[in-house]
Design a protein around this ligand. Sequence first.
Ligand SMILES: Cc1cc2nc3c(=O)[nH]c(=O)nc-3n(C[C@H](O)[C@H](O)[C@H](O)COP(=O)(O)OP(=O)(O)OC[C@H]3O[C@@H](n4cnc5c(N)ncnc54)[C@H](O)[C@@H]3O)c2cc1C
Length: 393
Amino acid sequence: MHDVIVVGAGPAGSQTAASLAQRGYTVLVLEEHPQVGAPTNCSGLIGAEAFERFDLPRASVIRGFDSATFFSPKGSSATVGASRVMAYVVRRCEFDQTMAQRALACGASYLLRVRCVGLEYGDDHVKVAAVQRGPEGDEAPMTLSARAVVLATGVRYGLLQNLGLERPSRFLQAAQVEVGMEGVDRVEVYLGREVAPGSFAWAIPAGPLARVGVCNGAGAVPSLKRFLQHPSIASRICEPAGHIKKKAIPIANVSRSFRDRILLVGDAAGQVKVTTGGGISYGILCGDTAAATLDRAFCLGDLSERSLVEYERRWRQEIGVELRVGSFFRRVGGMLSDEQIDRLIRAYHDSDLPELVKRWADFERHRKFILALCRSGVFFQVVWSCFRRSSPS
Ligand SMILES: Cc1cc2nc3c(=O)[nH]c(=O)nc-3n(C[C@H](O)[C@H](O)[C@H](O)COP(=O)(O)OP(=O)(O)OC[C@H]3O[C@@H](n4cnc5c(N)ncnc54)[C@H](O)[C@@H]3O)c2cc1C
């Protein structure tokens, strides 16, 4: 019998495990793959603030960024900078491994090649049904028990149905590829109907290769193939594209992230920045919150929903408004025409926007910047006035 079994060894799962093990609980992490951190499909950008706040391991950091260049569909661009390092790009597989090493050092245990296939309540515990896959592909069933279970399964929602929990209701599709590319010095973001309707495409320098990707509502792979032909991308590719990988990103959170003895963290709960689809830092934050809530529940001797509702209250207090404002902004952004995006980007340097960026930009928390942007003169001229003109009186 373990105190807690964490299902999934991504950043959210390993942070939860480290935080619980540090408090003296016996923690077992189950990971279905033979290696933590692989396979991976991620751009690996993490806000500088998350490194500070959670003292994240830095061995996997490739470099920091203090600016990004935004490209309009009509070819104009604006470099947006805050004269401080806002985010770091990491080797994602190595990042996950160092997170797991930290949890191991705190006393957590990991079982690899073990897939959780079902959860069932016992009297005072949860029975975890799992399948262990041997190196030859042979499978052996196993049953484990814990007083509480944390599901950190990413975008795999198969375990939720029997628990009466719902998966997030909205997703983006993201596709990414690594290429050799010249002249990518900072994060590049491409907007417009052609590259990614209602969303964005990117090129991120990450060591010898650049990560080039697209996220949108559907059809991310064909969109990425088209984006790779975009003149500013195609002309700089010096090593052909590798294998395109695609994955879903939740952009709505679950309506309920707890049950008796069970919590959801990270992508499993849809704890993702709605604006960009980034989920590493919110997953880590919520993993920490899950551990603190379970600690309190163990001390009270009450692991029922009545006690664990506190988890949902705490994480919504931390990021709930961020998620709502982000969702609003994604809707507004999705309505902008190519013309409006172009006018905003062209107006950037002659407007109050550089000042707003310096003052309010934060890589992980966009609420203050979004609210300041919506009140800015240029946003009013380009966006609100057009909406007002086009809306029926
Ligand atoms: C193309 C792309 C680019 C992205 N770029 C960024 C970025 O730059 N910055 C950012 O913050 N976010 C980014 N994201 C999102 C980010 O990758 C996720 O938000 C993050 O990985 C979520 O962490 P997690 O720990 O919740 O889940 P995951 O990292 O998905 O980990 C879940 C783990 O659970 C395991 N698992 C699942 N089910 C079971 C089971 N039944 N039994 C055992 N193990 C199981 C999986 O194998 C996996 O290892 C990107 C996503 C995509 C698709």
